[in-house]
Design a protein around this ligand. Sequence first.
Ligand code: FNR
Length: 376
Amino acid sequence: QLQIYLQGMLQGTTPEITTDLARLESQAAGTLSAEAMGYIVPSAGNGATARANLAAFDRWRLVPRMLRGSTERDLSCTILGTAMPAPVLVAPIGVQTLAHPEGELAASRAADTLGITYTHSTQASHAIEQIEAKSKWYQLYYPTDRDVCLSLLQRAKASGYDVLVVTLDTGTIGWRPADLDRGFLPFLKGEGLANYFSDPAFQSKLAKPISEDPGAAVMQWAQMFPNVGLSWDDLGFLRDNWDGPIVLKGITAVEDAKLAHEHGADGIVVSNHGGRQVDGAIAALDALPAIADAVGEQLTVLFDSGVRTGADAAKALALGAKAVLLGRPLLYGLALAGQAGVEHVLRCFLAELDLTLALSGYANHRELNRDSVVRA
Ligand code: FNR
């Protein structure tokens, strides 16, 4: 915080990117193409769930405590064996070159600069091996082809990814009118397929090399990506072939959280994919308390969908999350200024979380609990 004030005073300029993280979207809108905006911002259907995600945060209020001597704060933690400076991770986001030419390279470098764990999407614009961050998790979209699945897992392990995040809520892509109206899906243009195109198992399924027939390669991906037929039993294959923690992302039903535990998951992300999948679905924050009550002792419960500010993170932590994943705000930072923009957003977010704890009388985010918040 002091750094930001000093920068403003010494350089006599207002920071180029807002520190009002809830306002980033409108600022980024000025730099993104209509197609990129349409892909990143609007969510599924008429956006009811995306709006509900944000509204849910507004229905909880923090209750600051006074005179508790919280001069020294320590937000560090270990989540599924990964040491973190704060309970915050970068959410997996595909095709980041839509926001900036350096895409995931810039985002992962920014995370690395701050020691924040970066989660790499299967649908990224850069391949698994290109990400050099020290702390990284790999997000899998479970393909219908087991050879390709195994190959992706092996590549991620060989490249030093510590935790496997399996996204369950995207058996296929949701009904997204902004993209449908434009007939725009980046993958069909070959964007966001770097992990597939660089994959030896995937390449071996093609009649011709990708350079000779990229269209056929895209169609091959389109055969493997939609996988709505997955069931709980399919997780056994991942357990057998991933030596490390497994996190299931996209859980909002208490019953599914219990099933995740029964099927050997180590953690879950309570998430509705930022409202991009089932419009009309429950706000992620509304699902969190009951899930944390049901499985919080057995599973590491993480959270995303609608986290915009440090205060939001404090609320999610109070309601039972062990850490939060930051999604769209980082993409807006990326769109505005590449790596520096992502660093700016992460710094502001961490500073606001730290300040929220300091001013609320907490030395440590683990002290947050249900008494730290009330229904508005
Ligand atoms: C996503 N998200 C996502 N999740 C995932 O598991 N794999 C992916 O490739 C993507 N791709 C993706 C692209 C874009 C443009 C967005 C906005 C989101 C979902 C992401 O991990 C996270 O769940 C949401 O971003 C959380 O919602 P908010 O807080 O960003 O609204």
